[in-house]
Design a protein around this ligand. Sequence first.
Ligand code: FAD
Length: 384
Amino acid sequence: MSEDTILLAGGGIAGLTAALALQRRGRRVVVLEQTARIGNVGAGITLRETASRSLYSLGLKDRLDATSDKPRPGAALDYRTGAPLAGSLGQRNWVATDFADVHMLHRADLFRLLKDAIDAHDPHAVQLDSRVTAFTQDDEGVTVTLADGRSLRGAALIGCDGLRSAVRGLLFGEAAPRRTGIVAYRFLVPLEQARPYAKALGMSVGPRASLSRYLIQQGTVVNCVAFAHGVDITEEGWNRHATRAELLDLFAGWHEDVIGLASCAPLETTACWALYDRDPLQTWVRGRVGLLGDAAHPVLPFLGFGAALGIEDAIVLARAFEAKVDPAEALKTYEAARRDRANAILLESRRQGEIFRAGPDGASDIPPHERESRAPYDPLTAAL
Ligand code: FAD
């Protein structure tokens, strides 16, 4: 392997986008992914404008348009009556034209289009069953050790290995993330079944939970994400499934459309995902090793911005590697360009979660001028 290769630990949305962005700027990359298959499937994702435009810049606009849905007119709905809400949460009611570059799609489709584009540059760039366990660095490069004993040498290592990042732990010796006591329930209902309960889509905030639902896969599937507090679940991932009783209990007293949707949730693929939090880090980089995506800034999902931040990171990282010859300098440049925005959105997401937790009669929504997530931003032109 060439000493110029950039090694990326983790083939999630952030790692794959970073790999592709670096390839597009002429760099050789290797993505080391611990699992045997790319892509945590089973749920939809909303890509904010900054993420969509970043992916357009990587040549993915046509495929993104072909595989995703645009937001339809939606509303913040009263959890009991299903009627559009008044008050500050009601200000969230939106129309489709507000979000021309927002895409809503199945995660599996997003992974597929990223992986295909990477493979077209280099079919060996993504290496599966490759768990990073250690690294050393010197003046010339980084040596990464994998769980199976293999080692690889490259110019730099980017830890894109998520909330429980091994690279972050090795760099900064951090403890485990904090449990929030909030659980995300994620499920997909085919529209065929959901039609009677999908007259209005959008978000409802109730006393113990909030629920967002939107259409994906050319309007054929309703993606549902509920955030519930006071649920005693600690697992993350796709292995802990909800029971029907659990779902119906969560939405007891809610509007019949919500109860109908919960009654249709396919239990074998309805994941309960405990949410964990970390404080912002003031540095993501040491020498030739840096962090990107959730590994650098694990954003709670209340704004639906975590993947977008990872995608923005990817574009800025690739620009920094193009601008600076020395990998350590490139990483410092990347960090300086990204840290304040990502950390501000991490804290904003946490605050948004507290507002949802306060329930329908609780705290006012965050005013737009206090939201970094609404500030104009373009990772393609942001100052380096
Ligand atoms: P991850 O997705 O965690 O990927 C890390 C990868 O690294 C994994 O493939 C893992 O297997 C691999 N890995 C881990 N350790 C190692 C190792 N030691 N060696 C090698 N590989 C390793 N964001 C949005 O923008 N829009 C949304 O609508 C949205 N909705 C969300 C809803 C929910 C319920 C949740 C929980 C999150 C949501 N997010 C959303 C956030 C988004 O999913 C994450 O921010 C994003 O997926 C993080 O991507 P990542 O690549 O940084 O990390």
